[in-house]
Each structure stands twice: as C-alpha cells, then as structure tokens.
Design a protein around this ligand. Structure first.
Ligand SMILES: [Zn+2]
Length: 447
C-alpha cells in the first residue's frame, strides 16, 4: 500500500490479484454508450461487470460494498497523452510512479509517448513497456515513434510495433518536418488502421520561442512562438489525412485557428480527431506575467480569445478528447530563468478536477459529455473495448466525487515530479475510487 497523508491509497495490483465481488450502490451511473444517467446498482465479479440495475441484484453476494451516494460511477477514464520518462529519465517518472499517478487521477488506462531514451521505435522497446505494465495500477498502451530515433527520416517498423502492442504512432515533441515522409507514414499507418498522432509545429516559425507571440511576450521580453506555427502544420496534416484517407489525431490543440481548421476538416469528412489539455482552457499567456516556469509548455499558453475557442470547440464536439500531456520534469529544469526552463507540465492528478471545475461546473459540458471526452472517445480513437459499463465488459470503473473541494498540493502527488501549473488552485471534484480489472487499485478513504 502506498498511502498519502490525505487518505489517498494505492493498492498493489498484479495479474494474480484476487478479484472480489463488488457491489457499487447509490451512485449516479454515467454511461453515454448505453444512454444511462441514473442512480443504479453496479455489480462486479471476477473482473467483469455482471449487472447494472435499479433494484439490488438478487443472488449476488458481494465481498465488498461501495456506497457511492452523491458520486458518479463512470467507465474507467483514459488519458491518451502521457510521458512516462522510462526508459531513460527515471529520476523524473517511472512506469510505476506514472501509473500510480494515473490511478489516483481516476485513469484506468493511459497511452505513453515514445520520446524516451531510447525512443520507442521498434518491437523490443514496445514489448518492454507492455511487460513492465503487468503489475501497474492502470493499463498502458504504448505509442511507437513515426520515425526512427524521432529523427524525421526513416520510418519506424509500424507492423512489428503494432504486433507488440503499440496502438498509435507519433513523433510527439516535434513534428515530422518533411511532408513526403509524413505522407508515407500516413499510408503506412493506414494499412494497420492506427491513428498518427501529430505534434503540429513548424520549427522555422516557432523560431526557438518560449511563450506565445503576442503583446504579452513583447512586454515580457520573451521570444514568441506564433499561433501560425501550430496552424500551418495542422492544415498540412489534415490535408494529408484527407489525401491519403489515413487517420490523423492532432495533439494538444491550443489555438483558435487550429480549432477552426479541424472543424472544417471534419465537415469535409477527413478522418481527423483531436485533443486539448486542461491548461489551455484554464490559463492564457497573461498568466505568465510572473515568469512562472510551471506554466511553460509547448504549445504555449495562448490568448484569452484562443482559450474561448478551445472551450467552444470542446462544447460543439470539434475537440474529441481531453488529455493531460503529463510531462514530468525535475526541479533543476524548472527552477531556472524562464528562457532556460524545460517545456512541459504534469497533469495526471489534476486533469479530472480541473475539467469538472472549469467545464462541468461552468456548464460548458454536461457530466455525460465529460465522460465521452475522457473515456468513450479515447477508447474509440485507439480501437479499445473500454468506455462503457455494459454487462460482460472489463470492470474498469472510476467513482468520482464531483463536489469534493480540494487545493492542489503537488507534494501529495504520486508522480515523482512536481511541475504542476495548478499548484495552489482550489478545485472541485476528484476520483474517489479507481477499479482496474475488477480490483480496487486506488481510493481516498482507505484506513
Ligand atoms: Zn507534443
């Protein structure tokens, strides 16, 4: 057990862990796939959902009863954009600590990006992550690289990576600069029906900037990254998606122009999905007046107008999913001059609370919409079976207290890193219990 001072507990998990019969009662079950938003009993046995019903199920003897009064019971949450840092930078995060952070954040599955050292660019590296995940607190779906070593030149062996368990490819951290290489990657990915996750950034236009290019960057004297550097590559990659018929997933959308382009591409029938991150619907570049390096990420925080467009894109369905882009860094890389600081913030343990506080409580999304963006759609994009509480499905379940008020204290995180943009913020809502394969792996009430 890994217990924290505030009552959070992670329980050990393994393939041979006993899977008790669990009855969840009095909870508000939110299951968009089955059009359910109702107070129901959910029964779990041997790792599967065995029933959900308005009456207490007969002939079901639970080993554990969870009273979820006032709470939401949802299919397990999924975060498709996480940097686990293992192999290579285990001082920042490991597969173990990152998946514990995920479980504490309510996630039963995450996708891990390939920009580790070494890069996840061949079968053996994908297999390494899968093998390490067996005893972890959530499922891990590795993303293989598009090009060997993320160098943008030679395509990685997609077929053998997919066979080993990769669910998508990405050179996240940088874009694939050469359009013909990208075209070839899309055709190659299409033959395996996997999405290509695009980090959209024209490095020439980004010009080694450190924050959004605007009047604020001019006033602060920091070199800017213009929104057009993102939009040029979003436009290119959705055009290539339409041209090749391949599936493109645009990572961490941060600008109004990118939202507009993706809305247009979807109308045209291009196979395009996209994601945004909590920091883009909460903060703007005006929050950088204090040169807070914990708000330095790539893409950078944009303008208030961009933030409005991100929220509108979430509300109208242009933006399919919310991801954390969890990017752990040690203190030495953040406690330096703004220009010297590393890009990236952690987010696994705050994403749910931030999304409830800033989207659901402000009526931009209904609770069902939030479950779609944090469970149903991520499952669909990766072609997974999760995302519903249907009878016989794997019992990956998140129980959420939507009204719990808490203050973000990174010292209580399971993540090894502390670079949170949300430190000190007051939030509403968190995961109360996380159930993986029918076993409680995290709760907040453990003695
Ligand atoms: Zn990226």
């Amino acid at each position: 057990m890994y217990k924290k001072a505030n009552g959070q507990t992670i329980y050990p998990y393994g393939p041979e862990s006993p899977k008790p019969a669990i009855l969840i009662k009095n909870g508000r079950v939110l299951d968009p796939e089955n059009a359910i938003d109702d107070v129901l009993f959910v029964a779990i046995k041997e790792g599967k959902i065995v029933s959900f019903s308005t009456e207490e199920p007969e002939e079901f003897t639970p080993d554990t009863v969870i009273d979820a009064a006032g709470k939401w019971v949802t299919p397990g949450l999924v975060d498709l954009h996480v940097h686990l840092r293992e192999p290579g930078r285990e001082d920042k995060e490991t597969i173990i600590s990152g998946t514990q952070a995920a479980a504490a954040g309510g996630f039963t599955a995450i996708a891990c990006m390939p920009n580790t050292n070494p890069v996840l660019d061949e079968e053996s590296k994908i297999r390494y992550v899968i093998q390490r995940s067996e005893y972890c607190s959530c499922h891990i779906y590795p993303v293989g690289s598009i090009t060997k070593g993320l160098e943008g030149k030679v395509l990685s062996p997609f077929g053998e990576m997919v066979k080993a368990g990769a669910k998508a490819v990405s050179d996240d951290g940088r874009s694939v600069y050469n359009a013909n290489t990208m075209r070839n990657a899309l055709n190659y990915a299409k033959s395996f029906d996997i999405p290509v996750m695009c980090h959209c950034e024209d490095p020439d236009l980004a010009n080694n900037g450190h924050m959004n290019e605007s009047v604020v960057s001019t006033r602060l004297g920091v070199r800017g990254i213009p929104s057009i550097s993102e939009e040029v590559f979003v436009a290119r990659d959705i055009m290539l998606a339409e041209y090749t018929g391949a599936r493109v997933h645009i990572c961490h959308v941060s600008t109004a122009g990118a939202v507009q382009l993706i809305r247009w591409a979807k109308k045209r029938g291009a196979k395009v999905t996209c994601e945004t991150c909590p920091h883009y619907f909460v903060f703007t570049d005006e929050d950088l007046e204090t040169y807070d390096t914990h708000k330095k990420m790539n893409p950078p925080l944009r303008t208030p107008g961009d933030r409005e467009a991100i929220i509108a894109g979430l509300a109208d369905g242009t933006i399919d999913i919310i991801v954390s882009d969890h990017a752990p860094h040690c203190a030495e890389e953040k406690e330096v001059e703004f220009d010297e600081a590393a890009f990236g913030v952690i987010g696994l343990e705050t994403m749910l609370g931030v999304s409830i506080t800033h989207l659901v409580k402000k009526d931009h999304l209904s609770p069902l919409d939030l479950v779609k963006k944090m469970s149903v759609e991520p499952n669909k994009i990766f072609g997974l079976n999760g995302g519903s509480l249907s009878v016989d499905s794997t019992a990956d379940v998140t129980i959420i207290d939507p009204d719990a008020t808490w203050t973000v204290d990174p010292s209580l995180f399971y993540s090894k890193s502390r670079n949170s943009a949300f430190e000190g913020l007051s939030l509403q809502g968190y995961a109360a219990t996380t159930i993986l394969n029918g076993k409680v792996v995290f709760d907040r009430t453990g003695e």
